[in-house]
Design a protein around this ligand. Structure first.
Ligand SMILES: Nc1ncnc2c1ncn2[C@@H]1O[C@H](COP(=O)(O)OP(=O)(O)OP(=O)(O)O)[C@@H](O)[C@H]1O
Ligand SMILES: [Mg+2]
Length: 371
């Protein structure tokens, strides 16, 4: 292990060397000046002469010696006080640094979430704040990782348990082998496959490694196509969908497949979570943000809305509102997380606003193509 020396000794040692040299030089200069000017003052033999110290009479020598002693004592006193003060100052810096080092060691050992109570308003305080924030962030990440694994395991276990149960039943001749059974098992396999694919895309998008094949794309055409694809579900719930699309220049520079998935996830959420006979309104526009042109897409529904306390979490992996937890109507809770990551990968933004009882609105900004 590397050997560490305390800053206290280094700072105190440096102060000692500096002070002792300063006092030494001062004593030497004062002695020199005294010898010269005292002799001039005495006007030896009526002329202004410079004599060595030994050539003075006893009273003069006593005076000079007393001046020297005073200087030495004052120097020693200043040296002692200064050393004491530099030792205390250095200690006051290194003591909290030791506490911070212990906190960093705890983080290194994998214990997150602990904070140190250092309330200083200086650089040490700044370092303490950073280490505390780092510890809390690591704790949060650790918990999210834990939840993520639990959720993935849960989402995979359910369809796999269904497939396993059916296969065992078929092997034991308890369940008949027919097309209906095979189709329902295939549905579960597709569900697992989709989840695995989504998780893969999500993790690639998070580290900016999602491959995007961007081209100028007409957003209005994409929205109309998505609504057409979802028309059977819209009709099933007797919903009305209103498209208020920008007349010209609604081109965005995007990866068509990825953004299609974003639009599909948000519109199908609206269809899934709003009651029968409600309505959905889709508006497109061309806007400027910090002088950069964007295509804005707003998808608003008149459904039950999302509770304000849930809004910050809806874009997280596997987050589902309480009512969406049932397997028949709700999904895995990954649709919006995927939408957010895909939009961010394009350099866009996505946000949700909701008024419980009145409805929800999702706003997306995507980099615009030529007007
Ligand atoms: N338009 C909406 N109205 C009301 N609640 C919504 C709406 N859109 C999303 N939510 C809420 O946000 C949650 C997260 O949505 P998300 O699309 O990520 O997951 P999901 O729809 O439950 O599952 P998945 O999309 O993976 O099939 C939903 O479970 C639902 O509670
Ligand atoms: Mg969804």
């Amino acid at each position: 292990m590397r050997k560490y020396n305390s800053i206290v000794y280094r700072l105190t040692g440096m102060s000692f060397i500096l002070l002792i040299s300063t006092i030494g030089i001062l004593l030497f200069l004062v002695n020199l000046q005294m010898d010269q000017h005292f002799s001039e003052y005495l006007q030896y033999n009526g002329a202004a002469l410079t004599l060595p110290y030994s050539a003075h009479g006893t009273p003069e020598q006593h005076f000079m010696a007393s001046v020297h002693h005073s200087l030495i004592w004052v120097g020693a006193a200043i040296l002692t006080i200064s050393l004491f003060i530099s030792y205390l100052t250095a200690r006051s810096i290194t003591k909290p640094l030791c506490t911070l080092n212990e906190a960093a060691q705890t983080l290194k050992e994998g214990t997150y979430g602990k904070t140190v109570a250092i309330t200083r308003q200086d650089e040490v305080g700044m370092l303490a704040d950073t280490i505390n924030a780092m510890s809390l962030q690591l704790h949060q990440n650790d918990q999210m990782r834990h939840h993520l694994f639990t959720n993935i395991a849960h989402e995979l276990r359910t369809p796999l348990a269904i497939i396993q149960g059916n296969l065992e039943g078929m092997i034991d001749d308890v369940i008949p082998v027919n097309k209906t059974m095979l189709l329902s098992m295939e549905e579960e396999v597709l569900r697992v496959n989709r989840l695995v694919q989504d998780l893969r895309d999500l993790s690639l998008a998070e580290i900016n490694e999602l491959e995007l094949h961007k081209e100028d794309t007409d957003i209005n055409a994409m929205l109309s196509r998505a609504v057409n694809m979802l028309q059977p579900l819209i009709d099933e719930k007797n919903l009305s969908v209103q498209l208020d699309l920008l007349k010209n220049g609604c081109t965005a520079y995007i990866d068509k497949d990825r953004i299609n998935q974003v639009l599909y996830n948000i519109i199908s959420n609206a269809i899934r979570y709003i009651p029968e006979k409600s309505s959905i309104c889709i508006v497109t526009d061309r806007v400027e943000k910090e002088k950069v042109p964007y295509i804005s897409i707003r998808i608003t529904d008149t459904g039950p809305g999302i509770a304000p306390e849930d809004i910050p979490y809806i874009f997280q992996y596997f987050y589902r509102g309480e009512k969406s937890r049932n397997r028949k109507s709700g999904g895995s809770g990954i649709g919006l997380a995927l939408a957010r990551q895909f939009v961010l990968s394009h350099g866009g933004t996505i946000a949700a606003t909701s008024h419980p009882g009145k409805g929800t609105s999702f706003s997306i900004l995507l980099p615009a193509g030529p007007a």
